[in-house]
Design a protein around this ligand. Structure first.
Ligand code: DGT
Ligand code: CA
Ligand code: CA
Ligand code: ZN
Length: 645
């Protein structure tokens, strides 16, 4: 519920049953919360809480329990609640006292329920004692230090509320790419399987693989005569928390986590990252989260134009439209229409005059352009490149043969060296680099020099065995060294000399964030100058939706790395593929490319599953114009051995 919608669930279009067991349980829970906000009798609200919990755990079919009257026999569901549930399930109508309760509760109080860790009891106290009646007034009261003085509150819980307000605002504004894609792809597939849908495709920033997503945009191809039927079927899909607007060709709605049949979990997160995004509060927000979605229904002839338009970006569209104007054409979401013929006709009314296009490529061809991959549509030179046959040949997932920054149980990973190697082989890689944490990073169980060297001997044995068996797979041995004061590395030179490579990364974020750009840049450059440093790990330290990176002049850093590479010394910049980081930013990938600084896409895997994050790194690298030759990951095991020696 937190961060999400707090209104009574909408009935299915047909029934009975008009509501599912989960919807009834959610409604009962809401009633309990609202009663508590209003200061109702404890026994009364407990009966709702208990009923909600009971319904959440039964395995019988609710429709049947209601139809047979067995609902009244369930422990904790008496006559009153039994009738209320029967009416809802059987007739699709909520009891009027439940509806009244929702209508009579000030929206500001409900809004505050979205703040992680804040419940109805405390909201009621703050409302009575301080007149707090919205998130805005709560924030003011906390900043005025008025809450700390309330009985049972204190300075700590006051601060926690301020943090919660900030977290909620950030969370509501945009979502990370991985989360947006999970919702988007689930929704796209559900729509695609509806009878009458010719094609459904995710557009907008999700299709462009931006690092964060504002809302989802889906374009649906459907014949005119099927529009109504399809639109009704979309509104009846599971996972729709609310409908903001539904017209003939446009639907705006809110999706929630019930769209995921297997449930929704955030998976394993590096504790360091977890901290930055709000810890348990974040998990709570995410599991009760929602995302907005806009659906456009269009006929198949118009589909490519609508898809191109809603893929954006707005900036890309503006340049495209101008290019059309220069050729006497009018480009819109409905078509590419000769100006001379269009006259006063606008929108769909002019669609029949459009030049034909079976796909997006044909639209680009009409404008004398190559098809531009969606990731590049940000108006950063892609349109002129498309006019000169100069678009990059972007990398694809299968170009990745290995990655350099991965952890094992030697530091803070979940999987052993052997398990990680097996997993890498299973996904078709030819090599894997192991870079566990260095001793200074105690929170991540940084390994001692002794343990590190022992890991190296084990790696050597594995490599010899694979060589003898004729298996084309090898491990490289590195370390993720913390960058210490003065840009120093975290092991003596003789230990570093035993390794294949070093990933140098900043972990003392507080110190680096409190320092100026010039000093930080100098420190990074000093560390890069260390002969043992091979890769600069998560170069800015940013956590998406969590914290900004430290101040640093990445242009200067990349230029400095370029000098090393020119002199034949390998200095690569990491594109950390964790969807929480995606650091190097795609906007800087192109800069690395033009400076001939190799990029290495690294999952920073702390588990077998973590290796899969490389997919997000590939998306971001594509967005940053990277080709096979620009990344180290595309090298064969043999070529990688040569690059590292
Ligand atoms: P988001 O949702 O903030 O992550 O970013 P987008 O790019 O998905 O933006 P959104 O959802 O507002 O609109 C989807 C696309 O529709 C956008 O990328 C381009 C197109 N579009 C929306 N508004 C305009 C506009 O005013 N002019 C033009 N040329 N295109 C627009
Ligand atoms: Ca969007
Ligand atoms: Ca949108
Ligand atoms: Zn790491």
């Amino acid at each position: 519920m937190a961060g999400g919608d707090f209104s009574l669930p909408k009935a299915r279009p047909s029934g009975p049953p008009y509501f599912s067991r989960n919807q009834i349980a959610a409604a009962l829970h809401q009633v309990a919360v609202l009663l508590e906000l209003q200061g109702a009798n404890v026994f009364r609200l407990r009966s709702y809480q208990n009923a909600s919990r009971t319904l959440g755990s039964i395995t019988e079919d609710l429709g049947e329990l209601v139809a047979t009257g067995q609902i009244f026999e369930i422990k904790g569901i008496g006559k009153g609640l039994g009738s209320a549930i029967s009416q809802a399930v059987g007739e699709g109508r909520w009891p009027s006292d439940w509806v009244d309760l929702h209508n009579n509760t000030p929206p500001g109080l409900i809004e505050m329920l979205g703040i992680p860790g804040l419940g109805p009891k405390r909201i009621k106290i703050m409302n009575e004692e301080l007149g707090v009646d919205s998130i805005a007034t709560l924030k003011q009261a906390a900043e005025d230090d008025a809450i700390a003085g309330l009985k049972g509150f204190g300075a700590k819980s006051q601060q926690k509320m301020l943090d919660g307000i900030e977290l909620l605002a950030r969370f509501r504004a945009r979502r990370r790419l991985d989360v947006g894609l999970m919702y988007g792809e689930a929704f796209e597939q559900k729509i695609a399987s509806i009878d009458g849908v010719i094609k459904a495709q995710l557009a907008g920033s999700a299709r462009r693989r931006k690092e964060t997503i504002g809302d989802l945009d889906v374009v649906v191809g459907v014949l005119d005569e099927d529009k109504e039927k399809v639109s009704e079927a979309i509104l009846a899909l599971p996972g729709i928390a609310d409908v903001k607007g539904a017209g003939d060709s446009k639907i705006s709605l809110i999706l929630d986590t019930s769209i995921f049949e297997g449930g929704f979990s955030v998976g394993h997160i590096d504790p360091n990252v977890m901290d930055a995004i709000g810890g348990e509060d974040y998990e709570q927000l995410e599991s009760g989260g929602t995302i907005d979605a806009q659906v456009r229904l269009v006929t198949p002839e118009v589909f490519p134009f609508t898809l191109a338009y809603f893929t954006g970006s707005k900036e890309h569209n503006i340049v495209m439209r101008q290019r059309a104007i220069d050729r006497g054409l009018r480009l819109s979401e409905f078509g590419l229409i000769p100006e001379a013929e269009a006259g006063d006709l606008k929108g769909m009314a002019a669609a029949h005059l459009s030049l034909p296009a079976v796909d997006e490529a044909e639209i680009y061809r009409h404008l004398e352009l190559d098809w531009v991959p969606p990731e590049l549509r940000e108006d950063t030179g892609e349109i002129s490149a498309a006019g000169e046959e100069a678009l990059p040949r972007l990398i694809v997932p299968t170009d990745v043969k290995g990655a350099l920054h991965n952890h094992t149980t030697l530091s803070d990973g979940d999987a052993t060296l052997e398990q990680m190697a097996d997993a890498a082989r299973n996904i078709g890689w030819n090599w894997l680099g192991i870079a566990d944490h260095s001793p200074t990073l105690k929170v991540a169980n940084g390994a001692s020099a002794e343990d590190l060297l022992a890991q190296g001997r084990q790696i050597k044995q594995y490599n010899e065995a694979w060589l003898n068996e004729g298996v084309d797979f090898r491990l490289f041995h590195g370390v993720e060294s913390d960058i210490l004061e003065g840009g120093k590395l975290d092991h003596p030179d003789d230990v570093l000399g035993e390794l294949d490579y070093v990933v140098a990364s900043v972990h003392a974020m507080t110190k680096w964030k409190n320092r100026d750009e010039v000093t930080n840049t100098e420190e990074l450059i000093r560390c890069i100058d260390h002969p043992a440093t091979t890769v600069l790990g998560h170069p800015t330290g940013r956590i998406l939706q969590g914290r900004d990176g430290y101040e640093v002049d990445m242009f200067a850093v990349i230029e400095h790395m370029a000098e090393h590479n020119e002199a034949g010394r390998l200095k690569a910049v990491e594109l950390n593929a964790s969807p929480y980081r995606l650091d190097l930013d795609w906007r800087l990938c192109k800069y690395a490319k033009t400076n001939n600084v190799p990029v290495v896409i690294n999952p920073d895997a702390h588990s077998i599953r973590g290796l899969g994050d490389v997919a997000y790194g590939v998306m971001t690298a594509r967005k940053g114009w990277l080709e096979c030759d620009d990344i180290l990951n595309s090298l064969s095991g043999e070529a990688m051995t040569a690059r590292l020696s």
